[in-house]
Design a protein around this ligand. Structure first.
Ligand SMILES: Nc1ccn([C@@H]2O[C@H](COP(=O)(O)OP(=O)(O)OP(=O)(O)O)[C@@H](O)[C@H]2O)c(=O)n1
Ligand SMILES: C[C@](O)(CO)[C@H](O)COP(=O)(O)O
Length: 231
């Protein structure tokens, strides 16, 4: 059954899903690889569609797989699917370009963070609604962090109290994200980075262990365990 999105919602979610997944090893584009028998993208979109504020979801799919992705997601939720680009930033820009009039809040969410709970979507959107133009979910850094040189010699120990590991969804006032992408130069790895370059303050909210990015084979094994055990 297709989850209906909320026509009165104020949130559009862009889902960059066009990456190859090189770090995961050879195989299909990462968003189409299986977790518990279903593609990562299906897990991600199902959870986004379960967030009450979501009005629109736009997926940037691998260009060769756009038709397959439309078919795959049709039973999950009403989504718009566009071809992604060579860099994540281009995929996000392609999705942003087709957001319909209406939603004033835009979230950008990696398909690779397939188990992100709907509650995190709502907490990021809520912080934008409360007046923050740019919001990112973060976790504290749990390991000691060293700065090293090219020869792997330690230069020093970084004060991790001031560091955060950044997740998605990242949330923005729509006009702020549009202006940041319009002004974008060399690709950055996240959208908050583009907004920072515009001098816009970025606000942090607590992230979730379940929003882990499935990047390497160990992450996929961990996600399989989380899904299977409901942990
Ligand atoms: N050209 C790209 C590259 C990445 N992404 C998406 O951006 C998200 C975060 O990227 P990451 O997890 O680093 O994925 P990949 O780029 O696929 O990973 P790798 O660097 O291992 O190839 C993913 O959902 C990925 O599909 C995208 O839409 N378009
Ligand atoms: C946006 C992001 O998920 C924030 O952690 C991340 O930067 C994107 O992927 P990458 O692994 O940095 O390429």
């Amino acid at each position: 059954m297709t989850a209906q999105l909320n026509p009165r919602g104020d949130v559009a979610v862009l889902v960059p899903a066009a990456g190859a997944g090189v770090r995961l090893g050879p195989g299909r584009p990462k968003a189409l690889r299986l977790l518990g028998g279903e593609p990562l993208l299906v897990h991600a979109v199902r959870r986004l569609a379960a967030a009450a504020s979501v009005h629109t979801i736009v997926v940037a799919a691998p260009a060769a797989d756009v038709d397959d992705v439309r078919e795959l997601l049709a039973p999950v939720a009403p989504v718009t699917v566009v071809p992604g680009g060579a860099e994540r930033q281009a995929s996000v820009a392609a999705a942003l370009a087709v957001v319909p009039p209406g939603p004033d809040i835009v979230l950008v969410h990696d398909a690779a963070r397939a188990l992100t709970p709907p509650g995190l979507v709502e907490s990021v959107a809520g912080a934008v609604r409360a007046g923050h133009d740019a919001v990112i979910p973060v976790l504290p850094v749990v390991d000691t962090i060293k700065e090293v040189d090219a020869a792997e010699r330690v230069l020093g120990t970084v004060d991790r109290c001031a560091l955060r590991a950044v997740q998605t969804p990242q949330g923005f006032r729509r006009a702020v994200l549009a202006a940041a992408h319009a002004a974008a130069g060399d690709p950055l790895t996240d959208d908050a980075g583009l907004v920072e370059k515009q001098g816009v303050p970025v606000f942090c909210v607590p992230g979730s262990d379940h929003a882990l990015k499935i990047t390497r084979p160990f992450d996929l094994a961990l996600a399989e365990h989380l899904l299977a055990t409901g942990a």
